[in-house]
Design a protein. Structure first.
Length: 544
């Protein structure tokens, strides 16, 4: 069978229709779907809110029973929490692009959804396109490069009721992670999808194993927890100790990752979720607490456990003590959607998913089918296959709101070299009425970021640059010629004018070759949260 994770959704749905023939099709009423989907969101919020006080506090330690936070009604307020609003952002992306958007369109839309200083967007902004954009070579070297997809994965299960294969395919097509990290996302999404029809934790775990390579260390970890639970069904701490011994102390499984606070090994995260589900026996509170007590990044794992069981129970089955202060109308930070809007988007997408995957949506019931998902070959992040050399075309780069300075300088500003510039320095195609606007961030905030160029000043004709400096808050621009300051500008001090005109006249140096430096620096005392966008336009000017 062709690898389904790279096929179009139209192909997937045709396969779904074929594989569903002669097999029972699951049925769920619209009201049941809404109740369970809402329960999934609420369960996530309960899990992350309850475990948040223990996050990173217990590396490689069991959280003591007396350190387990007491549930308080106000803990349901997690509108600020990245474990929730990242998932909302992923849902928004699917809602905006459509379920069958090709990978290239998804990547462009995703990059445009990221803030200018978003590190995860960097390689896309220098031109790396799918499928390489998800390759370990471009996912960075930090430990979070090998996890945290669990913060983006629940949405895929919530819009795929009873369709774990469809949920896994959404993870493949709407995320930019690979290897064990992607398997973690698939696994959580598949369990969430299966929980619309199944409450037995063992059955949920089996559904998750179907969407990840069986020879992966992630699958091995899941199978270990199932076996260790069978061997010690009343001693979850014995199973935790076995996880610690095998996956934190054996270099064949750690692969050089830091086992300290906030360890981001995806398979360990999955192991903690499975432990909570199996030893919790379907009880929401007990399961969340057990996952939390495994420690490390405890709120992330508890969020997934709570979300999966929230679907299984439905919003109507979650005890009222957890939801008495739930505010469904308050927007989440950074994404502007509230919980009601998440509910609406999930229902909208789930209806499409059911019909596009061989099922049927009737007024009284949804008839759900799924396709035979192929998890593909095992990809190891510590020994990945070669990259494919996939890059965006220049036309596709022009569709990005922001491109990296590293990509833009040689193309549009030849001869200029940057010094002390951070990776987040970038170019927007237009801003505030100007074209090809550079935005500079210093690598060392205590020193200026400098753009430097040698220019031959002509004997006659234009001899300068039509510079303009812009800012949303105050910063300083110093212009130097041959090392001597010739102009200084206070930028961003007038809220009514974004741009400060700062033309450079090189007429005094006609017939000579000079070195021009543009030095942008923060004003003294600028706090990190108040750092301005230091923008320059007109840099190209007459060709040297």
């Amino acid at each position: 069978m062709k690898k389904l994770q790279v096929a179009s959704l139209a192909v997937l749905c045709a396969l779904a229709t074929a594989t569903a023939q002669g097999e029972p099709i699951r049925t769920i009423t619209p009201a049941e779907y809404l109740d369970r989907m809402q329960g999934g969101w609420i369960g996530q919020i309960i899990g992350v809110g309850w475990a948040l006080p223990t996050e990173f506090k217990f590396p490689s330690k069991i959280v003591p029973e007396d350190k387990v936070p007491e549930w308080k009604p106000e803990r349901i307020d997690q509108h600020f929490n990245d474990d929730i609003f990242f998932n909302v952002g992923a849902l928004q992306l699917v809602d905006r692009t459509g379920l069958d958007a090709p990978p290239l369109e998804v990547a462009i839309a995703w990059l445009n959804s990221q803030g200018r200083r978003s590190g995860v967007a960097f390689w896309g902004r220098v031109g790396i396109a799918p499928p390489d954009l998800a390759h370990p070579r471009y996912s960075g070297s930090g430990k979070w490069s090998y996890a945290n997809l669990h913060m983006f994965s629940d949405f895929a299960g919530l819009v795929s009721p009873g369709m774990p294969g469809h949920a896994a395919d959404l993870i493949d097509r709407f995320t930019v992670k690979s290897c064990e990290t992607r398997y973690d996302g698939r696994f959580v999404a598949a369990l969430t999808a299966e929980a619309f029809f199944e409450r037995d934790p063992q059955a949920l775990v089996r559904a998750g194993l179907e969407v990840i390579p069986p020879d992966s260390q992630y699958a091995e970890a899941v199978r270990d927890i199932v076996r260790w639970h069978a061997e010690a069904p009343d001693d979850w701490q014995a199973t935790w100790r076995r996880i610690q011994e095998k996956y934190f102390e054996n270099p064949d499984y750690l692969h050089g990752l830091d086992p300290g606070p906030g360890t981001a090994d995806a398979k360990v995260h999955g192991a903690y979720v499975v432990l909570g589900l199996l030893y919790g026996g379907g009880d929401l509170a007990r399961s969340v607490v057990l996952t939390m007590r495994c420690g490390q990044d405890s709120d992330c794992s508890a969020s997934n456990t709570g979300g999966i069981l929230g679907v299984a129970l439905g919003a109507s089955g979650i005890p009222a003590r957890f939801t008495e202060q739930l505010d469904v109308k308050r927007p989440f930070n950074h994404v502007d959607w509230n919980l009601e809007q998440c509910y609406e988007a999930c229902e909208r997408l789930a209806r499409l998913a059911v019909t596009r995957c061989g099922g049927r949506v009737d007024p009284e019931s949804w008839h759900v089918a799924d396709f035979d998902y192929d998890p593909g070959p095992y990809m190891k992040w510590w020994a990945p296959p070669p990259t494919e050399g996939s890059v965006f075309s220049d036309e596709e780069m022009r569709r990005l709101n922001v491109v990296a300075l590293r990509w833009a300088l040689p193309k549009f500003f030849p001869g200029w070299t940057p010094q002390n510039y951070a990776w987040s320095s970038s170019m927007k195609w237009s801003r505030e009425g100007r074209e090809k606007v550079l935005t500079l961030d210093p690598q060392d905030p205590a020193r200026p970021v400098v753009l430097k160029s040698s220019r031959a000043v002509p004997d006659e004709g234009p001899a300068g640059l039509p510079l303009a400096a812009g800012g949303d808050r105050p910063w300083k621009l110093e212009v130097r010629v041959d090392g001597q300051a010739v102009a200084a500008h206070e930028v961003g001090t007038d809220a009514s004018h974004f741009w400060t005109e700062a033309p450079l006249d090189l007429a005094p140096w006609r017939g000579r070759e000079v070195t021009v430096e543009l030095a942008a620096s923060y004003t003294p005392g600028t706090e990190k949260a108040d750092r301005p966008d230091m923008c320059l336009a007109g840099l190209a000017g007459p060709k040297p």
